[in-house]
Structure formats: C-alpha cells, structure tokens
Design a protein around this ligand. Structure first.
Ligand SMILES: Nc1ncnc2c1ncn2[C@@H]1O[C@H](COP(=O)(O)OP(=O)(O)OP(=O)(O)O)[C@@H](O)[C@H]1O
Ligand SMILES: [Mg+2]
Length: 311
C-alpha cells in the first residue's frame, strides 16, 4: 500500500456501508479489510456506495390493475422519479401499447427497435434506454399490440421479459426496474408479472375500485403460480376526492386491506392533466406541492415494505 486510506473491515462494509462512509469526502480512499488483511486496495467512496447498491440487488416492481384508469402509469412515473431523486438508479419499462408512460415523459417518436418488441419477439437483450428526468426509459410502441396477439403462438410466451431482466439484474446496473403494463390480462401483462418481484396495486377511491378487488386478488394468485416470488408491496389508493363516496370507499379499503394499504393520493385533475403534455412527473412539474409530498410519503412507505431504506 503506497497510499493511506480509512480502513473498513469488509463484513462491516457490507453490513453498514451507509454508516462507514459517513464523514468521508467523495473520492477519499478507503481500504477494505477482511480478517485484518487488505482485500480491495484503495477504493473511492463512490465505489463503496456502488458496492452497497450491488449488494442490495435490483428490485423489479410492476403496477397491476387490469381495470383501466386506476393510475398505474401515473404511479410508475411519479414513484420512479422520486426514487431517482433519492439516488437510486431507475429503469422504467413501458409495456403498454398505449405508450402513455412514454409520451408522458416527453418521448414521442421512439422507433419500434427501441421498444420491448425485439425483446419479446426475438429474445433480444433490452435496447438502449432513453434518459428522462434522471431515469432510464424503454419506450413503448403501438406495435406491441401486435406482439400481444402473436405471443400465444410462441414458446415461453410469458417468460420472455424475465429473461432480459435477469441479464440486467446480473449486471447490477439498476436498483429499481419499474414496469407499466396495459389494462388487460394478456401476454404483455403476464410477461411483466413473471419478471417482477413486487406488485403495486393502484386502486381508485371509488366503487369501481372496490368491485375490482376480488378479481385483482384472483389474478395475483394466478400469477403467483408461475412466479412464486411475486409479492404485493402495497395497494395504493389513488384519485381520492373530497366526497362522501370517496371517503366511504377508502374506509372499505382500510377494513379489507389493513396495513397493505398506502396513500391516499388526492384527486387533482388540473395538475395531472397539465404535467402529461409537458412530459413531466409531478415532482418536476410541481416540485413544492402537496401532491408531490403525498407521493414522497408513498415512496418512503414502499421502501419500508420491500426492505430497502432511502440512501
Ligand atoms: N391523483 C390524480 N388526480 C387526478 N387525476 C388523476 C390522478 N391519478 C391519475 N389521474 C388521471 O386518471 C387517468 C388515468 O390515470 P393513468 O393513466 O395513470 O391510469 P392507468 O391505470 O395507467 O390507465 P390505463 O389502464 O389506461 O393504463 C389519467 O388521465 C390521469 O391523469
Ligand atoms: Mg396506463
């Protein structure tokens, strides 16, 4: 060793890197030691933080509600943005032929080769993503609707996305992969459910949301048969209005779902309608708003539920 650096025993480095690197300046050298012997020479604080992230691995989450308009896409967009703001490396996958997530993040003319179509049809690796607001995005394309129709004729029709995501997982490039599926129970949604570790279920605070619950549980049970690792991270109440009906619906959710419930996110049509054509998440469009603070609260709850803490 020609240079000196702070000595960090590797077991502690793995367990408590957040604590260990506190008080160090970025770029300051650190020597990793195992059983009193240096094992990794000099590494930077950034390297240590990357090691910490790699240790935690990649969490793959999907929004799921086969009912349309539950706020799947809004949830993926806004939670993804806030996770990226916390320092996590986030990849968004738009697997809905409507391409709402893609368009709402300002990507309007993505060619089909940059979508998931080659992944699903030809086992191609994930294409190069678009950088959007500190996240990476693999955009959708209308022709994914044709892919959905063709997939039943293919082998492993429901496991193709998983194969590509496992490659990315192995590389440790991302902390979070967030998938936005369409409002249907076809092969695109099944691919997402087979690739995911966690499900976020957005439920609108109205009668329609309550009626959908039983079907949701049934479908989640189905997906768990082929992907036993799939777990519900939270049911997220969305579009909560200041009406007796919305409040009653919320109470029903509380009774039925207990501590699986998160939110609610308030119904704010002006804000949600405005940020879509502007290609921005709520956190960018209204950085100092109650709407954003609600979303940040949901992110904190999410990190707790899935066993990851804010960095
Ligand atoms: N908190 C909110 N306040 C007001 N409008 C909202 C809110 N959340 C979502 N919306 C609106 O509700 C509509 C449906 O939301 P979104 O597209 O996110 O749902 P979805 O479940 O992805 O829909 P789809 O099933 O079509 O994919 C959108 O127009 C969105 O702007
Ligand atoms: Mg959507």
């Amino acid at each position: 060793m020609t240079k000196k650096g702070k000595v960090v025993p590797i077991s502690e480095a793995q367990m408590q890197l957040g604590q260990q690197v506190k008080g160090l300046r970025p770029g300051e050298p650190v020597v990793l030691q195992r059983h009193g012997k240096p094992v990794a020479g000099l590494v930077s604080v950034e390297d240590l933080q990357n090691l910490q992230r790699a240790e935690r691995g990649t969490s793959v989450l999907m929004a799921f509600n086969h009912a349309g308009g539950a706020a799947k896409t809004s949830t993926i967009r806004d939670l993804g943005y806030e996770l990226a703001q916390l320092g996590y490396r986030v990849l968004l996958l738009d697997i809905d032929p409507q391409a709402n997530l893609t368009n709402w993040l300002g990507v309007l003319d993505a060619p089909v080769e940059r979508s998931l179509q080659p992944v699903l049809e030809d086992y191609a690796p994930l294409p190069e993503p678009y950088p959007v607001h500190g996240m990476d995005l693999i955009p959708s394309h209308l022709s994914l609707a044709r892919t959905d129709a063709r997939l039943p004729g293919y082998t492993n029709a429901e496991g193709r996305l998983r194969a590509a995501i496992e490659q990315v997982r192995g590389q440790g490039t991302y902390d979070f992969v967030l998938i936005d599926p369409p409002p249907s129970l076809g092969k695109l949604t099944a691919n997402a459910a087979n690739a995911a570790d966690w499900v976020i279920v957005p439920v609108p605070a109205r009668y329609k949301g309550i009626v959908a619950l039983e079907g949701l549980r049934e479908m989640l049970g189905e997906y768990t048969r082929t992907n036993p690792g799939l777990r519900v991270a939270m049911y997220l109440v969305t579009q909560m209005e200041n009406t007796a009906h919305s409040k009653e619906s919320h109470e029903v959710f509380q009774q039925v779902l207990g501590d699986q419930l998160a939110g609610p996110l308030t119904y704010r049509p002006a804000m949600y309608n405005r940020c879509q054509p502007e290609g921005q998440p709520i956190g960018v469009n209204a950085p100092d708003s109650d709407a954003r603070r609600e979303i940040q609260g949901v992110v904190a709850a999410l990190l707790q539920r899935i066993g990851r803490k804010a960095e």
